[in-house]
Design a protein around this ligand. Structure first.
Ligand code: 5GP
Length: 209
């Protein structure tokens, strides 16, 4: 539509590790098929069992990451739980110009940066569990954390929760299927956010002169 400032939209999904945000975002993205694009971040974090390079993340060394920063490769990057994570710029702009819903699974710092860069195009969702105990249980069941890293993630979770007012939506992921339905609805609706329209153009078009 020629009266859209940008064809696609950006959907930022944040929330504590273990909230289920990645599984939710990936599931909705898959359902939406061609209409969506899931941004794969670059990280210096060691690969977990079962993770694949180029699918879960692009796993790189700290030196490579620093070089990418210097070369302006990232739209945003941040240090999270002691590792570096970054979102590449080029693929996102390509997906936006094709009219896709771009899913960004990034932390609260990333949300700030992306919102500043694309104020009209971003919709954001904060995903969390119904309480702290559920989060601890999920992280323990995942089996990827030591007691020490679990503690770091819990402290960070509380800090992140304080940023909820900055998000458009708060999604409490209790029943996966229900949460998925909400996220799908938000994703599709993000394409018609008022701020995405060039309203002068639209009104002119609507009046027919
Ligand atoms: P994990 O190590 O559990 O995969 O991710 C840790 C945190 O880093 C999560 O909150 C995740 O959303 C965030 N994250 C992943 N990729 C990026 C990124 O490219 N930028 C930012 N700012 N955060 C990211």
């Amino acid at each position: 539509m020629e009266y859209m400032k940008v064809k696609g939209s950006i959907l930022v999904v944040s929330g504590p590790s273990g909230s289920g945000k990645t599984s939710l975002a990936r599931a909705v993205c898959e359902e939406l098929g061609d209409r969506a694009y899931f941004s794969i971040s670059t990280t210096t974090r060691p690969k977990r069992d079962g993770e694949k390079d180029g699918i879960d993340y692009f796993f790189v060394s700290k030196e490579e990451f620093l070089k990418d920063i210097e070369e302006g490769y990232f739209l945003e990057w941040a240090e999270v739980h002691g590792n570096f994570y970054g979102t590449s710029k080029k693929q996102i702009n390509e997906a936006l110009s094709k009219g896709k819903i771009v899913f960004l699974d990034i932390d609260v710092q990333g949300h700030d940066a992306v919102r500043a860069a694309y104020p009209d195009v971003v919709t954001s969702v904060f995903v969390t569990t119904k309480d702290k105990h559920t989060l601890i249980e999920r992280l323990r069941n995942r089996g990827t954390e030591t007691e020490e890293s679990l503690e770091v993630r819990m402290i960070n979770a509380l800090h992140e929760m304080k940023k909820i007012p900055e998000y458009d939506f708060l999604l409490i992921n209790d029943k996966f299927e229900v949460a998925k339905e909400f996220l799908r609805g938000i994703a599709i609706s993000s394409l018609i956010k008022t701020s995405k329209y060039d309203l002068d153009k639209f009104i002119k078009h609507w009046k027919g002169n």
